[in-house]
Structures are given as C-alpha cells and as structure tokens.
Design a protein around this ligand. Sequence first.
Ligand code: SAM
Length: 400
Amino acid sequence: MRRTLLDLAHTKRVVSCEDGDRIVLLRVADEAALLPEAATLFHEENIHLIPYTLDLDYDFWTVEDIFQAILPENLLEGAPAGFATVGHIAHLNLNDEYLPFKYIIGQVILDKLPTIKTVVNKLDNIDNQFRVFAMEVLAGEKNFVVEQSESTCTFRFDFSEVYWNSRLHTEHGRLVDTFRPEDVVADVFAGIGPFAIPAAKRGVAVLANDLNPKSYEYMLGNIRANKVTSLVHAFNEDGREFIRAAARRALESPLPAYKPHRSLRERRSESRTTPGPRAVSSPLGPPRNKIDHFVMNLPDTAIEFLDAFRGILSTERVGELDVKSVYPDAASLPMVHCYCFTRELESDKAEMDIRERVEKAMGASLEGEVKLHAVRRVAPKKDMYCISFRLPVSVAFAYV
Ligand SMILES: C[S@@+](CC[C@H](N)C(=O)[O-])C[C@H]1O[C@@H](n2cnc3c(N)ncnc32)[C@H](O)[C@@H]1O
C-alpha cells in the first residue's frame, strides 16, 4: 500500500474515529485510480474507499508557506526565509519594506520552530567598537542569554552585550585546525572565545584578549565551563597593548607544557597493560614561552593594529629576556592571521589591496610565506578575508 498512502509532512496516515475504528488515508479519490497492488488488496480484503476531509490548519504549514500566504505579493520574493539562530534566539535583519509586518513574521517563526524562544530584529549596522548591535524583540521572551555549541565546546553569553556570529563557525574551525596542539596562540580580539577555547581543547595554550568587559567576563565563564582553565589566560585590554605585551608575557610566565590528551579508554588500557604504579600522563617538553600565532578577528580595523607588532621582540619591549634562543631565526617568528574586508571582488585585486594595506600599516614588506583565505561575502560588494603571514624580522625586532 506504500505507494498509495497519503504522504504529507506532519500528517498522520492513520486516524482514529469516534466509534473506535481507524481510517487509513490514501492519496486517491476514487477506486479506479488505485495502483494495481492496492486494487488487488482492496479486492481480496473487501475494502472500500470512503471520503474523508482533512483540515490542514496552521500547524501543518511551514514558515515559508505562511509567509507566502500572509505577505503582500510584492514582498513574496525576498520573504525572510533564512535567518541566523543563536541558542534559543532567531535573529533577523529585515529590510525596510518588511517592517510593517515584523511582529507577525516574528510570531510565525516563534510558533513554528520549537527550539526558538525569542525572535529579534537587528536595528542598526554594527559600527560600534564592540561589534554589538541593538535589537528589537519581535516575539517571545526578552532573554538574550544563550547557550550555543560550536566545535564540541559550549558557549554561554548575552547576545545583546557581546559579539557572536554563527556564520563564522567554519572559519573558526578552519583556523584552529591549522594550529599544532603544542603551539601557543595569542588571540587579540577573542570575543567570548570561539577560537581560543576549541584550540585549547586540542592542547594549544592561548593568551586571549578582548576589550569588552562583558566579553571578557563571559569568556572567563566559558573557559571554566569547557575545562581549559590552565591553558587559556584571559585579558581585558586594548588590542594594541595586548600585542605589545604578548611575547614578553609568554617569556616571563611560560604557559603549561603540552600534554597529549588521552581518552579515558586509552588511560584505562594503559593502566591494564603497564604493571606497577599507575601511569601518569607526562608533559612533552618544557613550559611554552614562544608565541606561534596571533589571531586578529576584527575585520573592520584589525589592519590598523598591525603597527603594534613593531619591536615586540626588541630590548625595549622584552628587556634582558633571552629572545634569541626562543626565536632563533625568521622561520621561528609568529604567524599573524589578520581578518579584513575588501571591496575588491576579484581575488588578484583583493590580494593586492590587502597586502598593500598590511605592509603600509606595519611599515615593512611581507617576506616569504603569505596566504590569503576568502572567508565569505558580507555584502554585495564586500568580501571578508583572512591574510596569514609570518611576522617579518625587521618588524619583530624594530627599534621602538
Ligand atoms: C568581530 S569580533 C570577533 C570575536 C571572536 N574572535 C569571534 O571570532 O567571534 C571582534 C571583537 O573585538 C573586540 N574589540 C573591539 N575593539 C577592540 C580593541 N581595541 N581591543 C581589543 N578588543 C577589541 C570586540 O569586543 C569583539 O569581541
């Protein structure tokens, strides 16, 4: 009967009647239209079709179906089909022409998506320092504290007070995957930790900074909740100061040595196979005092902070600490991963534009390894990129 049964999403195919009978709903209206296998069954079992009225009410229709039904015809094309979700919040960015319908749009989304408890609309472009935008609640409760998972970590934060963008999920994962577990990373604009905490989960030691006191507070909570307290050291200062101090901090107070992560199963099997006292996981190598990567995700202005790298390893910054044994040659200097926007939409021109701005800000040309990664198109004529390059010797040791 399978090919003859009614096949509608969210709709039962067997309904109970008041007299205790049950009715199987088919997708045909008269017996002549039955498929041969169903017709045979009808004949053998002496089954007959009866008419049945099925009401497809509000619960049946999808968000898109309802928008198609309630919005004026001229607005159907761009109806808000996709929206970002952050924890229990659905987050819209409605164009002006949809504003007269904003509350009903919000209510439909709230009604239809069981995990959504709050629907908000973005009120302005994020051009404030902490990249937080004002928003209006369209439907549901006025609760902005969300829990969001990303890369096996959980993050708790107030979406109205700190920066978060679920669309960066893949980019966070991409960059974190380029780190070796034994590396040390300095995250200059760390937000609430979406690079720092997943990296630490893989063994990386991190200095993580954000100027927004709320981001810093939530980052501390997330560090604790994800059990990476020994590996992530958090700071709440301006990015420029943080860059200037990071190398010295790592030299003065090294981060814990890399300890390979072993699963419970590995630890158990080891204690079974190793006779004598229980094996204790031992760190590999000495405490970590060398920064391997700087991450700078503040695409609007990160390039303007690059001048802060001038002289980070100079005597003026690190004093008498033994820099030469930690950073013996050009290849040992940190990689800088700097996010930025460009209005050049062709990749060659984008590369030239970004490279030029980076070199100008640092006051030196980029030597050797430079990689450009296209992150995403953020507006019709604006792309987001990540430029990764090794800090030039002339910059790191510049006289300041
Ligand atoms: C685009 S968000 C990126 C956050 C996080 N890294 C991520 O990928 O989601 C930029 C962050 O930089 C912080 N910020 C803005 N200006 C800063 C400054 N001068 N120094 C340090 N942090 C700053 C903001 O508070 C915000 O959390």
